[in-house]
Design a protein around this ligand. Sequence first.
Ligand code: SF4
Length: 442
Amino acid sequence: MALSGLDIYKLLPKTNCRECGFVTCLAFAMALAKKSISIDKCPYLTPEAKKALEESSLPPIKLVTLGTGENKLEVGNESVMFRHEEKFHHPCGLGFIIEDSLKDAEIKERLERINKLKFERVGQALNVSLAAIRQNGEAKRFREAVKLAADNTNLALALMSSDLAAIRPALELIKERRPLIYSAAKDNLAEMAKLAKEFKAALVVSAPELEALSGLAKELSNQGVNDLILEIGKKSISARIWDLTQQRRQALKKSIRSLGYPSLVVVDEKDPYEETIQAATYISKYAGIVLIKGIEPWQALSLLTLRQNIYTDPQKPLQIEPNLYAVGQANEKSPVLVTTNFSLTYYTVLGEVEASKVPAYVISVDTEGMSVLTAWAAEKFTPEKITEALNKFGVKDKVSRTRLIIPGYVAVLSGDLEDKSGWQILVGPKEASGIPSFLKNL
Ligand code: SF4
């Protein structure tokens, strides 16, 4: 757990020698607490104080990286229980289990479909994270399936097998890909630890209860395996959520280092609706990785949308760059609409303008990411700000008619805006869904 300035001060020599560049040890302690200076600046720390300060500066939940390059997946490094306290940092990875008992063509087809699970929502790319190959039969078949996965996807890979004879050859095949080994348990801990160290791979460690899991994680850490992901065995949803919550609470609030790792949940449900509901539950609290079998686009899109909402910084609404945007083949006769730069608002308006098939211009005004009514109430969407945007983006030079369509909810702005901007103001529909018919009848 992070130490306060006073806690840090208690660990310092308190000689005020100024060698660190600060006038007093207390001033140095305050700077350390703010993480604006390194502990190395004080040459007089005792080894015990140095160790305590180093440990306190580690993230309470370790950052674990899988995969490489563009498809690298980072999980962990979380610092709060609730997103409104700060934000959640590393979005939960969504992965798909592929059984090695499938035929080659079926495995390839699944991988192709998984590779296509890419979406764009409110200007952000939503991508899936992992392909997990699960062993059902011989070691040879497992290796073949892993080779197919390595050749047909760039996603991070997970090897799901407890068969040491199968895991080693598979690891040799994909060691450059920084894979995830699933999983170590009490019975095979030493052997799995050896493999994880040898191949520098992250390792899932599983146990039926938190206490046992904590013990195994501690043992692995003592053996030098620190890229760990924790898994509680199969339980009811409520019991699992309880454990996931406790795990995070113990790591964040009680500084239990052996529970300070990201967690993983495998959802093994046949019914795709049940599977999606369960996966959504674990994404919400507090899985670092969720593995499912279903690869339908509706499943991935709904889960990735949920994930996007949870992992958005609540203090910084998603925004687009304030600007003038042309929709379709906009020309000098095209209508001009104005909205805010809150991503959800802008993309909703954009979608409806596109649906109208009427080429148009859309101005997004800098409202610091607020939606129309919120921005109006906060005086961020005012006649002055809209006039400023019209001038700044040179809208007059783009169109022959100075006529601006404003959202129906802020009809009250029309008179003042007309005076300030010199543009004719048309009050548009209140809801974006009314835009297509409004533009067609203009
Ligand atoms: S160098 Fe160390 S002992 Fe000297 S003032 Fe700075 S913190 Fe205190």
